[in-house]
Design a protein around this ligand. Sequence first.
Ligand code: 5AD
Ligand code: SF4
Length: 444
Amino acid sequence: MRRYHVTTFGCQMNAHDSERIKGMLEELGLGEAPSQQDADVVVFNTCTIREKPDTKFAAYMGEAAARKRERPGTVIAVGGCYAEAQRERLFSLYPDVDVAFGPGTIPHLAEWLGAGGFGVSRGAWGTADERTFAAGLPMHNERRFQAWVQISMGCNSTCSYCIVPAVRGREVSRRPGDVLAEVGRLAAEGVKEVTLLGQNVNSYGRDLQTDFASLLRAVDRVEGIARIRFTSPHPKDFRREVIEAMADCDAVCEHAHLPLQSGSTRILKAMRRTYSRERYVRLATEMRDAIPDLALGTDIIVGFPGETEDDFRETLEVVEEVGFDSAFTFVYSPRHGTDAAAMPDQVPDEVKRDRIERLVELVQRIAAERNATRIGRVEEVLVEGPSRTDPSLMRGRTRRNTTVNFTGDGSPGELVDVAIERATSTTLAGAAVRARQAVSAARS
Ligand code: 5AD
Ligand code: SF4
């Protein structure tokens, strides 16, 4: 049997797309290889949000190319955002690539791969009008009880640092009926947690005369789905209706990812985020007031062109003021073709490094303090499997999206109550007190 291997870079949308790529390859009769080295069809699903994933891909690609020289029958397929950004250039940069495809042309991969018994056709990109949801493809689901559900593709924002709108195109919403049918199918298969995915989930439905709040309420009504998450929202579109839906819907988790990017209104303007520091803080406060126990995560960029020490201090102030439960922190990385890459006053690397270190330190201190307040509580945990660091422990996540390692029983997919005993900035530790379902079964 011919075997494939998929390496995924980047965000959850790519992880979702990779499951579809795997599903499609399995339909073509291929089996999954344990590593890139063992595969006849090597697939890379790339990311280009910052320079780092580009260089990481280059290293993986180097290995694959060397291997192909030893085994000329190997097929190399490259998809995702880096492929889309490079387009035809990809084949001259990496002459060993056989097939290339963009995030919107995944459904064509089978055809391009299968065309001449694998590897003879060189892919193309199709126009933006031809983009198709990968969601319609067969799925290879890694965890049977958790699933990603794509609700839109593309992004209509014009953040000056971001390459995504250029590679993923204009926003198109998936029909609510299609989303709900998929969630219903997943629930019937035993899925307990769904994460609704889009580049900007809050602007969902504008092209279909519906909205994200209505979709959340409809997904909440699907029998069997215990947890609903979503990512990523844009603060500019986080409307009152969505906050109310989060507060009302039992299955919607007390967690939101709310990318701040910068705490300086001047920098936010240069980033074209369309909100001010004050508006962001007001929104965070409104959300915390409406949704008891809400955990807030964020993304922050340091070293955007023109960012002064004072601008950066404002970011630190907002981090302190909002008190994020978690944060992804990034050093600004100029992306070819974006407006910010051409701005004057690019910040020197050593200044960026100094700022990211100070930011990470603050983020970790606050997250640790916030996690420490969970000690002594009992949290509902969806069990994912054995702990990554200690196989004698189990691992799962709380509704607030914190990883918990715990002692006691629990099988993957089960909801267990865990008494929290210890906390770090990123994880909790505790002991299972009882299985949730067993309790409700005993009651009924
Ligand atoms: N440089 C650094 N970080 C970036 N992000 C997006 N573009 C860039 C860039 N050019 C960050 C943002 C976004 C997250 C997914 O990646 O914080 O929210
Ligand atoms: Fe990377 Fe952005 Fe593409 Fe996701 S959408 S893979 S983060 S470039």
